[in-house]
Design a protein around this ligand. Structure first.
Ligand code: MN
Length: 198
């Protein structure tokens, strides 16, 4: 079953002025779609390897699978991590858990910002729920798949590949991440937290 590019959950210009329409259009329609196509191509090649019994390409395909699948999953969550007229702070159980695990919302935000702005090269800032530790954690994968942490469910993600911000912010990644906080969809993150924690 081939994977599909999910529709953007708002209009291309809905994140203005924080993220410009052209960036969202290119990011969703070209970049995100590229990971969907790459994932489906990789899955087709793995199916062919099983059919033919020729597994010589499988080690390389494992790298492609991790890259494209993680890219697709994280981008899908990225669009859901933002919303027009959002931002502010979470409320309810997620807010309580943030205080429990990070001390305060301000301390969480400072750590997430430092981790995200500080990614070496292309990558992400991720707030995740660890089922094993029953706690929130911040991880900052490089590309999409490296430095990821097993057993955790991402709740809120910020893309810091240059394609996410360069048209509007050029090299000012920190200014883009600051704008991300004006778009953070805490209602969506709280719903994902509730589902993950059970
Ligand atoms: Mn991206």
């Amino acid at each position: 079953m081939a994977q599909q590019l999910p529709a953007l959950p708002y209009a291309y210009n809905a994140l203005e002025p924080h993220i410009d329409e052209q960036t969202v259009r290119l990011h969703h329609d070209i970049h995100h779609n590229g990971y969907v196509v790459g994932l489906n191509t990789t899955l087709d090649k793995l199916a062919k390897a099983r059919e033919t019994g020729d597994h010589s390409a499988v080690p390389g395909l494992m790298k492609d699978l991790a890259f494209h699948s993680s890219g697709h999953v994280l981008h899908t969550l990225y669009w859901e991590s933002m919303a027009p007229n959002a931002g502010g702070e979470p409320t309810g159980a997620l807010a309580d858990q943030i205080v429990k695990d990070f001390g305060s919302f301000a301390a969480f935000k400072a750590q997430f910002t430092a981790a995200t702005v500080g990614v070496k090269g292309s990558g992400w800032g991720v707030l995740a729920w660890s089922r094993d530790y029953q706690s929130l954690q911040i991880v900052a994968p490089e590309q999409h798949q490296n430095l990821a942490d097993w057993g955790s469910t991402p709740l809120l993600v910020c893309d810091v590949w240059e394609h996410a911000y360069y048209l509007k912010y050029q090299n000012k990644r920190a200014a883009y991440v600051e704008s991300f906080w004006s778009l953070a969809n805490w209602a969506g993150a709280a719903a994902r937290f509730g589902a993950a924690k059970g």
